[in-house]
Design a protein around this ligand. Structure first.
Ligand SMILES: Cc1cc2nc3c(=O)[nH]c(=O)nc-3n(C[C@H](O)[C@H](O)[C@H](O)COP(=O)(O)O)c2cc1C
Ligand SMILES: [Fe+2]
Ligand SMILES: [Fe+2]
Length: 398
């Protein structure tokens, strides 16, 4: 059954949602699925912006046929050569053999790595500032290197003022029938997933996102059409402001996130008690997570949101408890900056996790580690009450 929707003049969304995939990139949990968006503009010439993942190939190809309504396809624009949007290029070329492929020079290099020689006699190489005119619509190409692939292009249609933004401004989460962000309560239903998508997939590339936001500021944008998640036609400045914060590693709020590791529950109990004091004494939002239970992509996302992070960690074979060590590795790989951390360690014979964690945090840019460190010998006891409260007070005061 064809499932398409006109989103603006001559422009049809013809993507699809996948609710079966467990892990995006075989890495990030997808409890609410994901959408792969593709767009067809029907003009004197018909142009398709990207294809889809192989998982929704059947729906995508049926939608493309429905949207073309018997007309021919003139161009496929490849905004970046990543398989979640390019898996169906060969199938589209087989069905519409006269189609011309449009992309950056490096895109065609990658195309040849995935599909050797595909459409080799009908390739149109574009670069920053080039345009593609289809009649009424003229598409202006803007490069967005390393957001989050090397050769990402965005395209701006000056007729409808639509920015085809590639993976930028995308989110995890299937579409629930509403193609526009304003069909949903986006803040409630998608914002956490949009942040998790951004922080884990694009988070490392803040300066590159900043460069694109500067280019976008020079465009009169009425619509943003990303490759995942809903299309934006209202409240665009609100969402751009989120990207502004995320790409400058600026906290969104002054909440406190407590993340603990614990083998037998004693460090956990200390963390829960500290969280209760933190909330009671500061009145701020406090969230508590078990590093062994919550997937690191959610923890990374929460760290992108909040301004203060409190880590409770057992010493493990003279080192950092492994799931916590993995999280710290993620933070460094994703370039996390501008945060305040506090550290509490546990050890039964030779507590060492705190010092080691501080060494890892010192590798992050512009990160403040609160001097007061809580050391738990196996378990907290009433005699540790003062130390615990002093630790909590130091977190609040900083
Ligand atoms: C396999 C294992 C290895 C540990 N390695 C160390 C260690 O090297 N140094 C240390 O002081 N404590 C070590 N501990 C003790 C923990 O740091 C912690 O004190 C203990 O597990 C109690 O906290 P919990 O209930 O939160 O797990 C180890 C515990 C386990 C189970
Ligand atoms: Fe991508
Ligand atoms: Fe993507």
């Amino acid at each position: 059954m064809v499932n398409i929707r006109e989103i603006t003049k001559d422009t049809t969304w013809l993507g699809g949602s996948d609710r079966r995939l467990a892990l995006f990139e075989n890495l990030f949990p997808l409890p609410d699925g994901v959408s792969y968006n593709s767009y067809l503009i029907r003009d004197d010439k018909n142009v398709l912006f990207d294809t889809s993942d192989a998982s929704i190939a059947g729906q995508f190809l049926e939608n493309l046929g429905g949207a073309l309504a018997g007309e021919k396809l003139d161009y496929i624009v490849i905004l970046h050569m990543e398989p979640d949007h390019c898996a169906e290029i060969a199938d589209v070329v087989t069905r519409y053999p006269d189609v011309q492929l449009v992309g950056g020079a490096q895109t065609f290099k990658f195309l040849d790595q995935f599909f050797p020689g595909l459409g080799k006699d009908s390739r149109l190489i574009v670069k920053e500032g080039d345009t593609l005119s289809t009649g009424n619509h003229t598409f202006h190409f803007v490069t967005a290197p390393m957001v989050h692939w090397p050769e990402v292009l965005m395209a701006y249609d000056d007729y409808t003022k639509t920015l085809f933004s590639a993976d930028a401004f995308g989110t995890f989460g299937a579409l629930d029938g509403g193609i526009f962000a304003d069909d949903h309560d986006f803040e409630k239903e998608y914002l956490d997933e949009a942040r998790r998508y951004y922080s884990n997939i694009v988070g490392k590339y803040g300066p590159q996102v900043q460069a694109v936001l500067k280019k976008a500021a020079g465009l009169d944008i009425a619509m943003i059409a990303p490759l995942h998640g809903p299309v934006w036609r209202k409240d665009i400045p609100w969402f751009i402001d989120k990207y502004q914060k995320w790409s400058t590693y600026t906290p969104e709020d002054d909440g406190i996130v407590v993340i603990y590791g614990s083998l037998y529950g004693h460090t956990e109990s200390a963390a829960e008690t500290a969280a209760a004091y933190l909330r009671g004494k500061s009145g701020k939002d406090v969230k508590v997570y078990d590093v062994s239970k919550t997937h690191s992509s959610y923890l990374v996302s929460e760290i992108f949101r909040a301004s203060k992070i409190v880590l409770f960690c057992p010493t493990y074979n003279n080192g950092i408890y492994l799931p916590m060590a993995a999280l710290l590795h993620d933070l460094s790989a994703l370039n996390v900056q501008n945060r305040t951390f506090a550290v509490a360690e546990n050890g039964t014979w030779a507590p060492a996790a705190g010092k080691l964690i501080k060494e890892e945090l010192a590798k992050l840019k512009n990160v403040k580690v609160i001097e007061n460190m809580l050391t738990i010998k196996s378990a907290l006891h009433p005699t540790d009450q003062t130390a615990l409260e002093e630790f909590v007070d130091a977190v609040i005061k900083e």
